[in-house]
Design a protein around this ligand. Structure first.
Ligand SMILES: [Zn+2]
Ligand SMILES: [Zn+2]
Length: 86
């Protein structure tokens, strides 16, 4: 007996991914996300590794105008000297 309830869903809005054309959703580490939710800015793409992360887990590097996920940011933080706060 096959279980037909096991459909992939957008992890934000619950839309069934199987009903959407491939260009209307994106696969991310956590699952799938539809374009509508992606446009809402829930997830942001890390420019370094290309993974989508929840917006709270992404840091914006102002000087370089790019987004980095936590792990990429931490990796980079070890190399880059932080400007001293005055
Ligand atoms: Zn969605
Ligand atoms: Zn990254």
């Amino acid at each position: 007996m096959t279980d037909e309830t096991q459909q992939d869903q957008c992890i934000i809005c619950g839309t069934f991914i199987n009903d959407l054309p491939p260009e209307d959703f994106t696969k991310i580490k956590q699952g799938y996300i539809c374009n509508d939710c992606l446009a809402d800015g829930w997830f942001i793409k890390c420019e370094q590794c290309g993974d989508y992360e929840f917006e709270n887990d992404v840091s914006f590097i102002e000087e370089e105008d790019l987004f980095l996920c936590k792990s990429c940011y931490q990796k980079r933080g070890k190399d880059v000297q932080r400007p001293k706060e005055s």
